[in-house]
Design a protein around this ligand. Structure first.
Ligand code: SF4
Ligand code: SF4
Length: 444
């Protein structure tokens, strides 16, 4: 694609990067077929190619974002299906991140939007605040239809996503978990923010599984939200601040007893941490440390695939529908490992039709774009229902909450099932049927 930035514009490294990305696009349109918003809405401006044109025009003209551009960029899930499909290697993620930052800098949203976005940015990344807000939201849950009726769909969507029962508190107890037997490796685990509140059982299962396999796990002092939640809201300064705090925390461990890997169980966060090297490439104090952290970052299933796991204590006989989180399959290109691990652990794994399409979670998307998110969720659940699985597995806490909000079937992280199969407790809500042994299988 031809671009017409001036030399003065190209002197800005962010604009130069956007120019490089735009020039890689040959406007073939292959990406439109796999874009969830284009599939739903059929509007070219809600496709990757359409958005690329809108961003190009906005940046070239160096003009403030318009309401129309904001509408179409806001509808983008950042699911990155377009990056998997694109034959030209267009780095849409960096382009749309830059566009979101530009929007945040130049566009004044309506008051309610500003309030909702500020509330999300100030609550979700901080577990104590988020925990408290969940308690309040639980009380307000019955009011969701009222908020819907008065046009406050985002508030209604937030209330509907609140789990009906509080979860046990995460991140208590020691911060270093010693391995059973000789130490094979030492890793840091990102305990995260939302995951720590909504699904502390995921990191608990991860720690049990790792220490049982000789891996020492440390929760580095000072680590917290990866920054993705505010990054996707265009709040670059806050995102970089959260990234730097994590880098400092993990560098402390690297320079101390050392780390073989930094493990992340929420794939949205993993995609972000793997991008720290790019995000901080121009920060003289952090560029090299950020690159080190990104190099060590691994999704939990990616790491487990390289670890010799104990044989399952007995096939569960359960059918698992594996939902591939977008940030895992498109963002990190971790595609085969989770399903293969589940099959090795004795489960019958079924992949979900239209697996490339997002479930509608996408960070804060299900609260900011509730209508599109609900349509995507219902489509996902309809595809899952054709399998009639005993349990659904997804490698991202956002997908787990989103899918669980629309189905009575249990939805868990693959690591919880693998932990169970190799000696851990059964995940909550999963039927504990242990049928006669059958050869592990994986059905595509
Ligand atoms: S598939 Fe890639 S090159 Fe083709 S229009 Fe989409 S982004 Fe551009
Ligand atoms: S990130 Fe997802 S929603 Fe956004 S343009 Fe790409 S495919 Fe479409």
């Amino acid at each position: 694609m031809q671009t017409s930035f001036t030399l003065a514009q190209l002197a800005d490294p962010q604009t130069a990067e956007a120019d490089k990305i735009l020039r890689a696009c040959v406007h073939c349109g292959f990406c439109t077929a796999t874009c969830p918003t284009y599939v739903l809405l059929g509007d070219e401006l809600d496709s990757p190619r359409g958005r690329i044109y809108l961003i190009k025009d906005m940046l070239e003209q160096a003009r403030p974002a318009t309401a129309d551009v904001v509408k179409h960029i806001d509808r983008c899930l950042s699911c990155l299906a377009c990056m998997t499909t694109c034959p030209s290697g267009v780095h849409y993620m960096h382009l749309v991140d830059h566009a979101r930052h530009h929007i945040e800098q130049t566009y004044r949203r309506p008051l309610i939007d500003r309030m909702v976005r500020a509330m999300l940015a100030k609550l979700l990344p901080y577990p104590n605040r988020f925990r408290l807000s969940l308690q309040l939201a639980r009380l307000g849950r019955p009011l969701a239809p009222v908020f819907e009726q008065i046009g406050l769909g985002s508030i209604a969507a937030m209330l509907r996503l609140v789990p009906s029962k509080p979860r046990q508190q995460g991140k208590t107890g020691p911060r270093v978990f010693s391995p059973q037997g000789p130490r094979r490796a030492r890793v840091a685990l990102l305990s995260g923010c939302v995951a720590d509140v909504l699904a502390p059982t995921i990191n608990a299962a991860t720690i049990r599984l790792l220490v049982r396999h000789g891996v020492e796990v440390v929760l580095a002092k000072g680590e917290g939200c990866c920054g993705a939640l505010v990054h996707h809201l265009g709040r670059e300064r806050e995102a970089l601040g959260q990234a730097r705090a994590n880098i400092d925390a993990w560098m402390g461990e690297i320079e101390g007893e050392g780390l073989d890997a930094i493990l992340i169980t929420a794939s949205g966060c993993g995609t972000m941490v793997k991008d720290y090297g790019f995000m901080l490439r121009m920060d003289a104090d952090y560029a090299s440390k950020a690159a080190t952290i990104s190099r060590l970052a691994r999704d939990i299933c990616e790491y487990l695939a390289g670890l010799e796991l104990q044989p399952p204590t007995g096939p569960s006989g359960l059918t698992v529908a594996y939902h591939a989180a977008c940030s895992l399959q498109h963002g990190q290109r971790v595609v085969r490992e989770p399903a293969a691990l589940l099959a090795r652990a004795g489960f019958t794994v079924r992949e979900v039709a239209e697996g490339h399409l997002c479930c509608g979670s996408a960070g804060t998307y299900n609260m900011l774009q509730p209508e599109l998110a609900r349509r995507l969720r219902d489509r996902k659940i309809a595809n899952i229902d054709t399998i009639a699985p005993d349990v659904i597995a997804a490698g991202n806490v956002g997908c787990i909450s989103q899918i669980a909000s629309g189905t009575p079937r249990p939805v868990v992280h693959p690591v919880e099932l693998i932990d169970w199969a190799t000696g851990g407790p059964a995940p909550h809500g999963v039927p504990c049927v242990r049928l006669p042994a059958a050869p592990p299988s994986m059905v595509g």
